[in-house]
Each structure stands twice: as structure tokens, then as C-alpha cells.
Design a protein around this ligand. Structure first.
Ligand code: ATP
Ligand code: MG
Length: 475
């Protein structure tokens, strides 16, 4: 089953693991992502090692001799993980696996290398390269490619196919449906017709997979260079309806009189790709994906005006919490996403209404440290084909951005800290903790944002002294 291809492997950890395998008379090879990335000439961080023998014992030896840290052993699955330097190393025993369709628990027994490769998800991930120099081990001899399912051809033709019949592969672990879409978008590869049919027919099986695993794959799709490839595949195969139903509602164009609106889904795809081109931040890309999420439900046709989506910014922002909870997304990113969705129309409104300093200050205040990301979102949101419109929108944003930079340099609003704190206010005016302190602080904030006083301590104190009675009296 070897096809004679040899690779030069100079990764020091692999060379050492190979030497150790020879010493112990164990057959070992590196498999999966590392081999795929090696062929593609990409860097790969993780190493997956398969051994024909006792993986736990071998992992223990590697850990001792190669100064690994954090070894974790899963006896039942015949695997062990550890970290060597920066590299995550997983050692598994070549195995056969059967999934119990009821309990979803795999039953693992020792198997041959080919059996091990056949239960991997895709042919591009089902290749191995040998690590032994010991002469008896032909199949796993150092640098030797083992490729029983012709992953090489699939890789060069950019095709995602399964080693076994796809219905078998997907029913054993339906998460592979998401992984197929992820690898397809990451390598700009197409799904083989049988894989595509199988996904379309079996997508409902995703319901037995844990939300955490699905969400993990979903976010990895957003992390690729052109996330729209994977998102469109999800939509076309019906997977989106299961993993993110609100997004699956977006496609469609309606025509009324002479007016039609943009297809919200296709527009969103462009926005996400535009963001991917300017930022690696997956949360900014996620924000691009959801910024118009409330458009389908707020859509209204008004005679003489055309299509409107009134309030979709605010309604969209308010949906985020439940979506984060349902998708088990990390809550620490919720505020960021909510904020940008809520504010995404503001820079344009500001440009149209006239860029006043106080309006810019308020936008800086509300967006804070995320102002730059908000502007990236706004620029990515320009997807018109009309060149004049694009030029007009772009220059509006340039204006807002330039003004914001000047103001920020002067007033430092982004990382807002009240120029005078509550304790000092209480001391200055001999007042007790309570509502009045808050009212006075708010008055200082408003005065700074309106440009009445500069954002510094001295001016804030002077302002409060001069207006103390008036502020509390008029509250
Ligand atoms: P990445 O670069 O994203 O890490 P990878 O191919 O290394 O890609 P991993 O999730 O690290 O992906 O898995 C390592 C290998 O284990 C895969 O290449 C594949 O052979 C196998 N594998 C991982 N998950 C599955 C799965 N759910 N079903 C079958 N095989 C899998
Ligand atoms: Mg990996």
C-alpha cells in the first residue's frame, strides 16, 4: 500500500520520536494533518503519531526522553497527549473503531495501519509517513508515504472525499459533516458528489453532536481566508438551518414596484470576506456575519420610500445574548459583538447629518477601544457595485475617521475614565454616597462629550464648583 513516495522530514521532534521507536522496536508514523500540510508546503503545529504497538508505553518513553510536559493518558481510547516545546503531540495506537449507534460511544480495538487510516475523516487526512529506520519495517520506513486512499490526488485536485462510503463515515461521527465544510473552505476544495449528497441527506444527524463541537468547527470556518466558501456550502446543503437558523433565513430578494432590495445573505457573505481580508479577529468576522441578522424580520416596503429595515441594528444587537447562549459561544465576546451590531449604522448617520465634534466624541465614547473595528465593519459593509456610491460612502467614512483621530488625540475618549471620581466629589462638596454623586459625574461626562470642557481633572473640578447647585437643582 505504499506508493514509493518519500519525503525529507527534518522536524527535530519527529526525527527523535523515530529514533526512539527504533530503539524500542516499535513501528511508528506521523499521520493526518501534519502529512497533509507537509504535502501542501504549509506549516503545521500538531503532531499525530500512530504506533503499531502499545501507545501508552511509547508515549511514556517519549515524554521521559524528549522532555515533554503535561502528559494526559486516555487508556480506553489508547491515546496519550503531551506538549514538547510549542508542539502538541498525540500518540495513538493503530485502531479499529466501531460506533455504537445508540450510545454514540466508540468501541476501540487494536488494528492495522490501513484500518486506522480508513476510519479517518477524509482521504486528504488519511495519509501517513513512516518514522522508522530499522530495516524490518518497510511500510513505516523513514519518510515513506502510506496513502491507501489516494489522498495525494485528492489534495492536488482539491477534492474532499471520504476513505469509506460517506454515509458510513458521517453516521459514525456526524461532526465530520462540519469538518468536510471546514476543510473545503480552508483549502478551496470541492466536496465530491457523493460527500455532498451524503451531507445533504444526513445533515439532521448533526443534532446528536454536542453544541461545543459544532460551534468549534463553525468558528474555524470563520477563521479561513474566505469564510463565505464554507458559509455558502452550509446554506446550500441545509446545514446552516441546523447550526445557525437565523442566517439561513437571510437569502432572497423581493421586488415591489421599481424597488428591489439586496439579497441580505449574499451581501453578508461579501461583508464577512471583506473583513477576513483586513483582520484575523474571528469575532469581527462573526460580527460581520450577524450585523444584519434582524433585517429579514424588520423588512418593510413603504410607498414612496422603498424598502426599509428600521431598527435592525438595535433588534439585532438584542438577539445576540440568546444566540451566544444557544451556541455556547464564549460570553466574554458578547459585549463586543452587541456593541458593534448596535452601532454599525452610526458612522454613516453621522456623516450624513454633519460631522460635529460632540457627535464624534459620543461615538468614540460608546465604541471605546473597539472604534477601529467598528470602522472596519462599516467599510466592509460597502458592497455596492455602483462606483459612485462606493466613492461617496468611502469618503464619508474617511471624514468620520479623520475627525475621530483628531478628537481622540486631543480628548482621549476611547479609554474613558471619569476625570474626577466619586470619592473626590464627596470630599469636595461634603456630600454622602448616593444619587447626587452619580448625577454630578454624569454632568461632567456630558460636558466633556459636548465639548464644553476639556477631558482633564482640573477642568472637571472647576466645572463642578461653578455649576454644583445648578446641576443638582435641575436634575
Ligand atoms: P488542523 O490543521 O485543523 O489541526 P487536522 O487534520 O490536523 O487539521 P485534527 O482535528 O487535529 O485535524 O485531527 C488530526 C487528524 O485526526 C485528522 O487529520 C484526521 O486524520 C483525524 N481526525 C480528527 N477528527 C476526526 C474525526 N472526527 N473523524 C475522523 N478522523 C478525525
Ligand atoms: Mg491537527
Amino acid at each position: 500500500m505504499t506508493d514509493g513516495k518519500r519525503f525529507e522530514i527534518d522536524e527535530p521532534t519527529l526525527v527523535k520520536i523515530g529514533a526512539l521507536a527504533d530503539d524500542l522496536r516499535i513501528e511508528a508514523c506521523v499521520v493526518g494533518g501534519y502529512v497533509r500540510d507537509l504535502i501542501l508546503g504549509l506549516e503545521s503545529k500538531d503532531l499525530d503519531i500512530v504506533v503499531m504497538g502499545d501507545p501508552i508505553k511509547f508515549a511514556g518513553e517519549i515524554s521521559r526522553k524528549l522532555d515533554a510536559s503535561g502528559i494526559v493518558v486516555f487508556e480506553r481510547f489508547r491515546t496519550a497527549q503531551m506538549t514538547i516545546g510549542e508542539t502538541k503531540v498525540e500518540v495513538v495506537g493503530a485502531r479499529k473503531e466501531k460506533y455504537d449507534p445508540e450510545s454514540r460511544k466508540p468501541v476501540v480495538t487494536a488494528g492495522t495501519l490501513e484500518e486506522d487510516l480508513s476510519r479517518r475523516d477524509f482521504t486528504i487526512n488519511a495519509m501517513a509517513v513512516g518514522l522508522n529506520r530499522f530495516a524490518d519495517y518497510h511500510e513505516t520506513s523513514f519518510g515513506q508515504l502510506v496513502d491507501p486512499f489516494d489522498g495525494m490526488t485528492a489534495l492536488s485536485e482539491r477534492i474532499i472525499d471520504t476513505p469509506l462510503d460517506p454515509s458510513e463515515t458521517f453516521s459514525e461521527d456526524p461532526l465530520r459533516i462540519m469538518r468536510a465544510i471546514r476543510f473545503s473552505s480552508r483549502f478551496d476544495a470541492s466536496l465530491s458528489p457523493r460527500v455532498r449528497d451524503s451531507i445533504t441527506g444526513m445533515k439532521d444527524r448533526l443534532s446528536i453532536v454536542s453544541q461545543e463541537r459544532i460551534t468549534d468547527e463553525f468558528m474555524k470556518v470563520l477563521a479561513v481566508a474566505r469564510p463565505s466558501l464554507g458559509l455558502k456550502l452550509m446554506q446550500e446543503t441545509g446545514v446552516m438551518k441546523i447550526v445557525f437558523p437565523e442566517i439561513s433565513e437571510m437569502p432572497g430578494v423581493e421586488q415591489r414596484q421599481d424597488h428591489h432590495h439586496k439579497d441580505v445573505f449574499l451581501h453578508t457573505m461579501n461583508v464577512v470576506d471583506n473583513l477576513a481580508g483586513v483582520s484575523d479577529n474571528v469575532w469581527l468576522r462573526f460580527t460581520g456575519l450577524v450585523h444584519d441578522i434582524a433585517k429579514p424580520e424588520t423588512k418593510k416596503f413603504i410607498d414612496g420610500v422603498g424598502w426599509t429595515f428600521h431598527g435592525h441594528d438595535e433588534i439585532g444587537a438584542r438577539k445576540m445574548k440568546r444566540i451566544f447562549q444557544r451556541m455556547k459561544l464564549p460570553m466574554e465576546n458578547l459585549q463586543y459583538v452587541e456593541k458593534l451590531v448596535r452601532l454599525h449604522l452610526r458612522p454613516m448617520a453621522l456623516a450624513v447629518d454633519g460631522v460635529t465634534d460632540s457627535a464624534v466624541r459620543r461615538l468614540l465614547f460608546e465604541s471605546g477601544e473597539d472604534f477601529d473595528d467598528l470602522m472596519k465593519l462599516c467599510r466592509a459593509d460597502i458592497t455596492s457595485k455602483n462606483r459612485n456610491l462606493v466613492a461617496e460612502y468611502t469618503s464619508n467614512y474617511d471624514l468620520v475617521y479623520a475627525r475621530a483621530r483628531e478628537i481622540e488625540e486631543k480628548d482621549r475618549i476611547k479609554s474613558w475614565k471619569p476625570p474626577v471620581n466619586g470619592d473626590e466629589i464627596m470630599g469636595l462638596f461634603k456630600i454622602k454616597p448616593g444619587k447626587d454623586v452619580g448625577v454630578l459625574k454624569k454632568a461632567v461626562e456630558t460636558a466633556v462629550l459636548d465639548g464644553v470642557i476639556p477631558n482633564d481633572h482640573e477642568s472637571a473640578v472647576a466645572f463642578l464648583k461653578a455649576h454644583f447647585a445648578e446641576i443638582l437643582f435641575e436634575k
